[in-house]
Design a binder for this molecule. Structure first.
Ligand SMILES: NC(=O)c1ccc[n+]([C@@H]2O[C@H](COP(=O)([O-])OP(=O)(O)OC[C@H]3O[C@@H](n4cnc5c(N)ncnc54)[C@H](OP(=O)(O)O)[C@@H]3O)[C@@H](O)[C@H]2O)c1
Length: 292
């Protein structure tokens, strides 16, 4: 069984590569942007014809949330149009698509964890393009799984954890927003969950049990809903750093793109459907900090 993975140099792409290197049961083919630009229809078509994949895991995305406000064309092309084209190719090749989306499809006015079928209403352009990508993927290929995740970090790439570690070492005091709440996601945990879904879907296809229609949207993050301030304090405590961390309101830290104030995700569906164990956010943070 061949599994194609786009965006191999991103946080999730790298964590998937680490796991794949110890997995001899599947044939993985990883692509970076140069090898497979998902916005290039011809290159996509060639990859599908060449590899005849059983699964396509799309880890490629335009993830610069603030820049997306001004680079709208680029964000739309990668997060929406290209995802629609991948889904079309998957449909033609009978390939299962696993696509990653975001908590930023919600407006953040909720007060309890969002369920996969709750009303979407993105508050920034990145979230809008990711929502369009979900819709195009599902419309073009019903054989799609969308996994929405939030606050992704890893030992790879740029993320909140690495930024906090750097700032806490450079400065005596830092300010961190304490009125945006959500759940961190260790990219390694997400990568493991994706591969459990692959195995589970493979069994389903093999047993021809694809008779019941279910909504293809799932939520995944670590367990626990916290603020960015709580997250920063935990990093400081685990690493035993001296820096003072001050809580501040979002209004004191204006950004080009608005963020949802609350983006807790209800993960019951992914846990029950694929028998996925969800780890506590602090346990996973400890694991990542040890790996860094
Ligand atoms: N990061 C978060 O906090 C977060 C939160 C919620 C959801 N998500 C979603 O989770 C998924 C994985 O995110 P991540 O944090 O791993 O992202 P990431 O680290 O920013 O990686 C994205 C990767 O996509 C690649 N890419 C961009 N445009 C491409 C194109 N046209 N063709 C092929 N590759 C392209 C980038 O290539 P280069 O290396 O060349 O730039 C990069 O390696 C994304 O769908 C993202 O929207 C992320």
């Amino acid at each position: 069984m061949t599994i194609l993975v786009s965006g191999k140099n991103g946080q999730l792409g790298k964590e998937l590569q680490d796991i794949a290197s110890a997995d001899s049961t599947h044939k993985f083919v990883f692509f970076d942007r140069e090898e497979l630009n998902i916005a290039d229809k011809n290159v996509l078509q060639y990859a599908f014809e060449n590899y005849q994949p059983s699964f396509f895991i799309n880890c490629a995305a335009y993830t610069a949330v603030d820049k997306a406000e001004t680079e709208q064309e680029q964000a739309y092309l990668i997060n929406a149009e290209a995802v629609g084209n991948i889904a079309k190719q998957c449909q033609q090749s009978n390939t299962k698509l696993i696509h990653i989306s975001t908590d930023y499809v919600f407006n953040g006015k909720g007060t309890s964890p969002y369920k996969p079928d709750d009303k979407t209403d993105p508050v920034n352009y990145y979230g809008y393009t990711k929502l369009l990508g979900e819709q195009l993927a599902i419309n073009n290929n019903p054989n799609t799984n969308i996994i929405r995740t939030s606050w992704v970090y890893s030992k790879y790439g740029n993320n909140f954890v690495k930024t906090m570690l750097r700032l806490m070492k450079e400065r005596k005091e830092i300010n961190v927003v304490n009125d945006q709440r959500g759940s961190p996601t260790y990219a390694k945990d997400l990568a493991e969950a994706i591969l459990e879904i692959v195995d589970s879907e493979q069994l389903t296809v093999n047993n021809s049990l694809l008779t019941t229609h279910r909504s293809p949207i799932y939520h995944f993050s670590n367990e626990g809903i916290i603020s960015w301030y709580d997250f920063a304090v935990a990093i400081k405590d685990i690493k035993q750093l001296d820096c003072v961390v001050n809580p501040i309101p979002t209004t004191s830290y204006p950004t080009p793109a608005k963020r949802p104030a609350y983006s807790g995700l209800d993960k019951t569906k992914i846990a029950n459907t694929f028998n996925i164990h969800l780890k506590d956010w602090k346990q996973s943070l400890n694991e990542c900090l040890r790996a860094l």
